[in-house]
Design a protein around this ligand. Structure first.
Ligand SMILES: *Cc1c(COP(=O)(O)O)cnc(C)c1O
Length: 372
C-alpha cells in the first residue's frame, strides 16, 4: 500500500512521549537490567524504524520483533543493537540470523539439530538462541524440565549455537486477579531450576509484568505497548508512572455542506437527516483502519465532539457538524483538541476490542510523522 504523503490525513508520533515512557521505565530498573523495546507489527502501528531510533536515544538496549523480516528491516536501517525474534522462524533462515546477529526463539530440539547441521562449517558467528518456556500461555515453548534440560545440554555441546536466553510469557500480568500469574511464575522458577548456569538473558516481562510485577523481571524486559504510552491493562490497573500516549491521528474537513431534512448520507442511505444539518466529509475510511464499526463514534472539530453519520466508506467518512466550518478545518480522530481528548482506548471500547488492535489496524496509507 502506497504511503499517502500528499493527503490530508496523518498519524503524528510524539518523540518526547516515547522518550518519556522509556526513560521513566528505565529509572525503575537496575542499571544491569536490559530494556528491550518491542517494535513488532511496525512498532504497534507507530513506525518500527523511527521508534527504534528514538528508543535507542532514550536508553533501549535492544529490540524484540515478531518475525524475521521485521528484524531485517531494523538491521537495514542501521540499527546495530541486539535483536530478538519472538515468534518461531523457519530453520532454513538460521544462517541469515547468525550472519546478521539476530537472536532466535526456539521451541523444539529438532529445530536446533537442523540449524546446527545447516550452520556447520559456514564460518558464521554463533547463532544466539533464546529458549521459550510455556508456563501457561499455551502458545510456544517447552513445558517440561526434561525437555528443557535436554535442549540446554544440546546447546552447550554445539559449536554453532550460543545459549543466550531463556524466557516465558504471561497471559494475565495485566489483571487484578494474580492467581494465574503466580502459577506461571512458580512454573518458570521450577523449570529454570534444572540448569546450573543461567544464560545472559533471563526474561519474563512484557509491559504489564514490568509495570505491576517488577520483582519478577529477571535481567531483561520486553517493553511493548507501554513504550507507546498505552496502559496494557486498558485501565483495570493504574500505571505506576504517567504513560504519555505517542500517537495522534488528524485529518481535515475537505468538504462541508448543508443537507435538508430527509436527505440521506452514505452507502445504503442508512442515515437520514431528521432536520436540516451541516455535514462534513473527512478523507479517511476503513482502508486506513477506521473500521466500519466506528459509525456513530464522535470525532473532534474545534474542540467539539461530532458524530460519524452514515456508513464509513473505504476512503471517506461523514460527520455531523453543529455549524458550517471552512474547508481545511482540523479533525482529530486520536489525540487532543481544545480541552477534549480521544484516546486509542476510547476507540477500542467503542469497538469492543483492545487499543493494541486499534493501533495495529492503521494502515501504511497513513503517513507517520515524527513531532517533538
Ligand atoms: C508482544 C510481546 C511482548 C510485548 O507485550 P506488551 O504487552 O506490548 O508489552 C512481550 N513478549 C512477547 C513474547 C510478546 O509476544
Amino acid at each position: 500500500m502506497v504511503v499517502g504523503n500528499h493527503r490530508n490525513a496523518q498519524i503524528l508520533i510524539s518523540e518526547s512521549a516515547v522518550q518519556h515512557n522509556i526513560r521513566q521505565e528505565r529509572k525503575r530498573l537496575k542499571d544491569s537490567d536490559s530494556l528491550f523495546v518491542v517494535v513488532k507489527a511496525n512498532g504497534y502501528g507507530h513506525g518500527a524504524v523511527n521508534i527504534a531510533k528514538i528508543a535507542e536515544q532514550a536508553g533501549a538496549d535492544g529490540f524484540c520483533v515478531a518475525i524475521l523480516d521485521e528484524a531485517l528491516e531494523l538491521r537495514e536501517a542501521g540499527i546495530e543493537k541486539p535483536l530478538l525474534v519472538l515468534g518461531l522462524t523457519d530453520v532454513q533462515y538460521s544462517s541469515i540470523m547468525a550472519e546478521k546477529n539476530i537472536s532466535v526463539t526456539i521451541s523444539s530440539l529438532e529445530w536446533l539439530k537442523e540449524a546446527d547441521a545447516l550452520l556447520e562449517h559456514q564460518g558464521l558467528p554463533k547463532l544466539n538462541v533464546h529458549v521459550g518456556l510455556d508456563t501457561g500461555m499455551g502458545r510456544i515453548g517447552f513445558q517440561t524440565k526434561e525437555e528443557f534440560s535436554e535442549v540446554v545440554d544440546y546447546l552447550k555441546s554445539s559449536p554453532n549455537l550460543n545459549f543466550e536466553g531463556v524466557y516465558t510469557h504471561f497471559s494475565k500480568a495485566d489483571s487484578k486477579d494474580e492467581e494465574y500469574f503466580n502459577l506461571q511464575v512458580e512454573r518458570f522458577n521450577d523449570l529454570i531450576s534444572v540448569i546450573d548456569t543461567l544464560p545472559k538473558y533471563v526474561h519474563v516481562s512484557n509491559s504489564a509484568t514490568s509495570l505491576w510485577h517488577a520483582s519478577c523481571n529477571g535481567n531483561m524486559i520486553r517493553f511493548g505497548v507501554a513504550t507507546y504510552g498505552l496502559n496494557p491493562s486498558g485501565g483495570e490497573l493504574k500505571e505506576p508512572f504517567d504513560l504519555k500516549p505517542a500517537m495522534s491521528l488528524t485529518s481535515e474537513v475537505i468538504y462541508c455542506k448543508k443537507i435538508e431534512a430527509g436527505r440521506a448520507v452514505g452507502y445504503g442511505a442508512t442515515y437520514v437527516a431528521p432536520a436540516a444539518e451541516w455535514i462534513g466529509t473527512v478523507p479517511l475510511g476503513y482502508a486506513d483502519g477506521i473500521v466500519r464499526k466506528l459509525q456513530g463514534f464522535k470525532l473532534l472539530v474545534n474542540g467539539k465532539f461530532c458524530p460519524i453519520v452514515g456508513r464509513i466508506c473505504m476512503d471517506q467518512l461523514m460527520i455531523r457538524l453543529d455549524e458550517p466550518v471552512p474547508v481545511g478545518t482540523k479533525v482529530t480522530i486520536v489525540g487532543q483538541d481544545g480541552g477534549e481528548n480521544i484516546s486509542l482506548q476510547d476507540i477500542a471500547t467503542y469497538c469492543d476490542t483492545i487499543h493494541y488492535e486499534v493501533a495495529c489496524l492503521f494502515t501504511n496509507r497513513l503517513p507517520r510523522i515524527i513531532v517533538k
